[in-house]
Design a protein around this ligand. Structure first.
Ligand SMILES: [Zn+2]
Length: 553
């Protein structure tokens, strides 16, 4: 047999074994596609059909023998043919060490959009055996203030994404360094302290004219700068600006600000006595040079920043790092705006940074999306300069391939109803959870109410067990008797020892099901497949109850 033909047969056996001897075409096609993502769908269907035809005509005993044979010999773990994702080579990188950085503002957590810069920067550093720096650009103590535990939370996300950090920096630890360079810029006549009324200054700059401060002596600006540091100027009274080109076609580039005064800063790492704070553009540009960064990967929206920062680099005689500008990554129907997410959390709209409605890494992880899924999708988008919207279906399809083999299938019942079977034979039944011993004589099952409530005097098959005839349906339970073993339909899932499972859905609402007690053996972070619902991640297990988060169908 050909390799794929053999695999199709193997998964048809497994599917048939778990479903009372009837393999499902869609399931087997899915496996083939997962094993060989590039296969033509027509071809996959052909293989699957062929295998199913064979398996579904086999007696159950033979299916069982084959299943056990595969289980013991090679197992059912799915090992798809991994396609090498490749990022383009860096033509300059041969001669130079590659140092990349991920430089988030820790006013919120990493999301699918910002994870791109992190993953790509790490991958390039790894490829050229360089360094991957984590730098928190946390120099806004007023509007975009850092969240508590930012370091711990970012590191958790990066570790989970398998991006290993060479060294971590905080811009807020480096305020003295920034001040030193601010002074240098004043000394070389490239920066000035403007004390004009902000409105007046804007009017001048719009007309491409210098304000009265711009041409004052260096000594005056040094004096003013010391006054800024001593908080003798208050917020809004003095701003340190870089001299660029007054006629620059982009007005925001004209004499952009380097530092301003914040009267009442709130920052977890810096004393509230520190009142001079650098602009993002200044701190970030300076640190890229001082920390030896050679490659910056960032969004198109930063193009203008490079224009601004080039003045700084040219005044200091530095070379600007190599830069790759990527498009934005968005997630279908979900806001990735950090300020909007933060506002939603503060207002109580979201339960936290990992609310299931969000596209943060924390939320995706809690729902059971795997780090391989995130990495795979980000690497497949690569460094494309245009914007990309990731669809939930795509995320789910990739994730399903990764988790389906390791996710045990679980019957869960929405409306539990007792079914008492009389004249039952003793039997050992292999279920999703292992082997269940059924009593001789009287055996109680828990089944889905809606599946038997209209079946009075009808015959149904209890999955993998036997057939029963429903004799009586009462308020709280139904009675049935054993009538045989041959395979018939409908097949009804059942459990014998119920426990509650509460599932957090993507709309942040919880639903409840009842499942088998064996689920209590599951560990947090394991994933399961719940019949008629989909994949979930186990979030919490107590002695009597399980909490799970829904991933996808
Ligand atoms: Zn001025």
């Amino acid at each position: 047999m050909q390799e794929l033909e053999k695999k199709a047969y193997k998964y048809a056996i497994k599917n048939a074994y778990l479903h009372d001897g009837k393999a499902d075409l869609g399931a087997v096609i899915g496996k083939i596609k997962a094993l060989e993502p590039d296969i033509e769908i027509k071809k996959a269907v052909e293989y699957a059909k062929h295998a199913i035809e064979k398996v579904n005509n086999m007696p159950f005993e033979e299916i069982k023998r084959e299943y056990e044979h595969f289980e013991q010999s090679e197992g059912f773990e799915l090992k798809p043919v991994q396609k090498e994702e490749h990022l383009p080579e860096l033509p300059w990188a041969e001669q130079q060490a590659v140092v990349t950085r991920f430089a988030p503002n820790p006013n919120g957590l990493m999301h699918l959009g910002s994870a791109r810069a992190a993953i790509l920067s790490y991958e390039y550093a790894k490829r050229y055996k360089g360094k991957f720096l984590l730098r928190f650009d946390d120099t806004d103590p007023k509007v975009k203030t850092p969240i508590p535990n930012a370091e711990e939370l970012f590191k958790k996300d990066l570790k989970w994404l398998k991006c290993s950090v060479t060294k971590t920096y905080f811009a807020s630890d480096r305020l003295n360094i920034y001040e030193e360079y601010m002074r240098k810029l004043i000394e070389i006549g490239r920066a000035y302290v403007c004390t004009c009324d902000p409105e007046e200054w804007r009017g001048k700059i719009k007309a491409q004219k210098a304000c009265p401060c711009r041409n004052k002596k260096t000594s005056e600006h040094l004096k003013r700068f010391e006054k800024m540091l001593k908080h003798e100027f208050k917020e809004g009274e003095a701003v340190l600006r870089i001299k660029t080109v007054l006629s620059h076609k982009d007005p925001s580039v004209r004499d952009w600000w380097l530092a301003k005064i914040v009267d009442e800063p709130t920052h977890p790492r810096v004393s509230s006595e520190h009142h001079v704070w650098p602009s993002y553009n200044f701190a970030s540009a300076l640190d890229d040079h001082l920390l030896g960064v050679t490659l910056i990967i960032r969004g198109q929206e930063h193009q203008q920043n490079e224009t601004k920062q080039m003045f700084l680099y040219s005044y200091f005689g530095w070379e600007y790092p190599h830069t790759i500008y990527t498009g934005r990554v968005m997630l279908e129907g979900v806001t990735l705006s950090t300020s909007k997410i933060r506002e939603g959390i503060e207002k109580g709209i979201y339960i936290g940074w990992d609310d299931p409605r969000l596209g943060t890494i924390a939320a995706l992880r809690r729902r059971g999306f795997q780090s391989e899924t995130i990495r795979k999708i980000i690497l497949s988008i690569g460094i494309k300069p245009n914007d990309t919207t990731i669809e939930w279906n795509t995320l789910a399809a990739i994730n399903r391939e990764i988790i389906s083999e390791k996710s045990e299938r679980i019957s869960a019942i929405e409306e539990p109803f007792r079914l008492v079977v009389e004249f039952a034979p003793a039997k050992e039944v292999k279920t999703d959870f292992g082997t269940v011993k059924l009593n001789e004589g009287l055996q109680k099952f828990i089944v889905e109410k809606k599946l038997i409530k209209n079946k009075l005097n009808g015959i149904v098959r209890l999955r993998n067990a036997y057939n029963v005839k429903i004799k009586k349906i009462a308020e709280l339970q139904a009675f049935a008797e054993y009538v045989g073993d041959e395979k018939i339909e409908p097949i009804i899932p059942w459990i014998t020892e119920p426990v509650k499972i509460e599932i957090m859905m993507p709309n942040a609402k919880k639903i409840e099901r009842v499942t088998d007690k064996a689920i209590l053996k599951k560990k947090v972070d394991e994933t399961c497949y719940i019949d008629n619902l989909g994949f979930v991640r186990i979030d919490n297990v107590t002695e009597t109850k399980v909490d799970a988060w829904f991933a996808h169908r």
